[in-house]
Design a protein around this ligand. Structure first.
Ligand SMILES: C[S@@+](CC[C@H](N)C(=O)[O-])C[C@H]1O[C@@H](n2cnc3c(N)ncnc32)[C@H](O)[C@@H]1O
Length: 342
């Protein structure tokens, strides 16, 4: 059985999403934000914040008992000699303070025990703050502490984390919070930076980028700061300094009519429009080979239209070597599609 952590308030949407994709799977709520399912987790689930594959509720009476439990699970299932990560995530108490302390003590006890009993496992345990994308060699162990003596334990031996990377993120709780940048034209810059980091690819020096629906210019600002050459399309101008920038060309007009003269490295699009329009634009750009990579927001009014995203899930994997579809931490009532075209 797998556990999925839903975005706050999104449990019903995640259950709907699972039922549409896997009608015969057993998917049900198991407490606030948690869903259990036996559905496969390879394809993106928009409303899952984090996946805990092969997970079960479990108990341990003390810090050392938790460490022993983790070591037993690791020795039983993880491949020898390959990197593994361990996340202990406290989910109880008002400020998690006691839980964070307990996490550190369990981690210290585990390290001490491995040092005595199984040094090879200690050598391959990656540092707790490593959050780079999984490779096919990485294993992932997650313990979500629901109370000092209760938790949900998930052991995902390699290559499972890599195979499930569209739902299993290298960040605790799947959360990736981007530091505020006060010099950006608006807070929307966080969406682009979060999507890049989840994809594991940053816009880089010398690349070309088209930014559709660009005003006031936070996404273009990110591209410019990374050294890209940016074409920004909007009905309204961007912030003055961006409009004057020598690596930025502004095109005033309709984003849905813009066609690049030559293919670009990045399509980024944050146009406010009906979801089917942004989805159609993305599929057209990808099918026509206009971009190598993309980050596109799909915006919703209310909650009734989420099933429309199923079309992207069907079409895009065949066109892309990487395709993600998720609700970013920085998204409001939006989903974000990002990936790499084949
Ligand atoms: C959410 S804002 C974009 C914010 C931008 N990503 C940023 O970081 O500053 C959406 C933009 O889409 C633009 N827009 C909406 N429909 C458009 C269309 N058909 N063509 C061009 N721009 C459009 C709006 O003018 C608005 O500036």
């Amino acid at each position: 059985m797998h556990y999925l952590l839903a975005d706050d308030g999104c449990e019903p949407f995640l259950l709907d999403e699972l039922k549409r994709a896997h009608p015969s799977a057993a998917s049900e709520a198991d407490g606030p934000q948690w869903i259990t399912t036996d559905a496969p987790l390879e394809a993106p689930l928009v409303f899952a914040r984090q996946a805990l594959p092969n997970a079960a509720r479990t108990e341990a009476a003390s810090i050392n008992a938790w460490a022993d439990k983790l070591i037993a699970a690791v020795m039983e299932s993880l491949p020898e000699g390959q990197p593994w990560r361990l996340q202990i995530v406290p989910c109880y108490g008002d400020d998690n303070k006691a839980g964070l302390n307990r996490r550190d003590l369990i981690m210290a006890s585990l390290r001490e025990r491995l040092q005595k009993r199984r040094r090879s496992l200690l050598r391959t345990l990656e540092a707790a703050d490593v959050e780079t994308p999984f490779t096919e060699q990485t294993s992932m162990v997650q313990l979500y502490l629901m109370a000092p003596d209760q938790g949900i334990l998930s052991v995902a031996p390699a290559p499972m984390p890599y195979q499930l990377r569209r739902n299993l993120w290298p960040f605790p709780k799947g959360e990736l919070l981007i530091a505020v940048d006060k010099t950006a034209p608006s807070r929307a810059f966080a969406k682009l930076v979060e999507a890049e980091q989840r994809l594991g690819l940053l816009i880089t020096n010398g690349e070309t980028m088209v930014d559709l629906g660009a005003s006031p210019g936070s996404w273009s600002y990110v591209g410019i700061n990374r050294g890209a050459r940016v074409t920004s399309v909007d009905r309204s101008p961007l912030r003055d300094d961006l409009m004057r920038h020598r690596r930025l060309a502004f095109v005033q007009g309709d984003a849905f009519k813009f066609v690049p003269e030559i293919p670009v490295d990045w399509l980024v699009c944050d146009v406010i429009a009906a979801p089917e329009r942004n989805m159609g634009l993305l599929m057209d750009w990808v099918r026509n080979g206009h971009c190598r990579r993309f980050i596109v927001t799909i915006k919703f009014k209310g909650h009734a239209e989420y099933a429309i995203l199923d079309e992207l899930k069907e079409v895009m994997p065949g066109l892309c070597s990487e395709f993600y579809l998720t609700r970013l931490c920085a998204n409001k009532n939006e989903a974000c599609a990002f990936g790499v075209v084949k």
